[in-house]
Design a protein around this ligand. Structure first.
Ligand SMILES: Nc1ncnc2c1ncn2[C@@H]1O[C@H](COP(=O)(O)OP(=O)(O)OP(=O)(O)O)[C@@H](O)[C@H]1O
Ligand SMILES: [Mg+2]
Length: 220
């Protein structure tokens, strides 16, 4: 089992009001899975992805990655663990605007203590079809190209799983479907595990497994 979320709840206290963003969520993810997490705005998709991605802690319950409970880790341990196992693609891409395509993709390897494998950086950029754009900065790229840089940056560390929060939300539907086909190809050729959230049926239909979430609860 790659990831096991057990009885995960997340409660936000807003003054006197409690918001139950997640309630008793149980989810197992196997190596090679390609899962879409579907639900309307406010359903708890981002909250769940952040918790699985070790960016946030649950109020109750536990998340294990390869049998290791992430709640028990110190912050410094956690960031190394995250860098080694998890790739994150954010809705707004979160690229660094002063860095070009090559530098953005190289970045997660730069922060490791080892020498950067430049060949690996080029190969990863090639896999998302952007070799002709190495010197372009994000503001010199289209939305779909930026999204592909974000995918390459998530892939370059060979993570066990890539979590993508609405990877197609800021793209027109045609570009969005192209991005999903690219993820699917990476999944079938390189066995990369994906969990991505979406509102969109057209995008969700590509997934091998669709999970529905509503009001913080997974629908069986
Ligand atoms: N930091 C926070 N403080 C308080 N409430 C929060 C916080 N983050 C999220 N929430 C609430 O938790 C619930 C789930 O939010 P979440 O962002 O996970 O939804 P989502 O499914 O990703 O929605 P969207 O599709 O709009 O991105 C919502 O009711 C939201 O208002
Ligand atoms: Mg969200």
């Amino acid at each position: 089992m790659l990831i096991r979320a057990e009885n995960v709840s997340k409660i936000y206290e807003m003054g006197k009001v409690e918001i139950k963003a997640l309630q008793n969520v149980n989810l197992d993810i196997e190596k090679g899975d390609f899962i879409s997490l579907m639900g309307p705005s406010g359903a708890g998709k981002s909250t769940l992805l952040h918790i699985i991605g070790c960016l946030d802690n649950p109020t109750e319950g536990s998340v294990e990655i390869y049998g290791q409970k992430i709640q028990n880790m110190k912050d410094s341990q956690l960031s190394v663990f995250r860098n080694r196992h998890i790739g994150f693609i954010f809705q707004s891409f979160n690229l660094m605007s002063v860095l070009n395509v090559y530098e953005n993709v190289e970045y997660p390897l730069m922060i490791r203590k080892k020498k950067v494998d430049k060949e690996k950086v080029f190969k990863t950029i090639e896999s998302v079809g952007l070799l002709d754009y190495l010197k372009h900065r994000p503001d010199e790229l289209s939305g779909g190209q930026r999204q592909r840089v974000a995918i390459a940056r998530a892939l370059v560390t060979d993570p066990d799983i890539i979590l993508a929060d609405e990877p197609t939300a800021n793209l027109d539907s045609k570009t969005g479907e192209k991005i999903i086909s690219l993820l699917l190809e990476l999944n079938s050729i390189h066995n990369v595990t994906f969990l991505f959230s979406t509102h969109n049926d057209n995008v969700a239909k590509y997934a091998k497994r669709v999970i529905h979430i509503l009001d913080g609860q997974l629908q069986q």
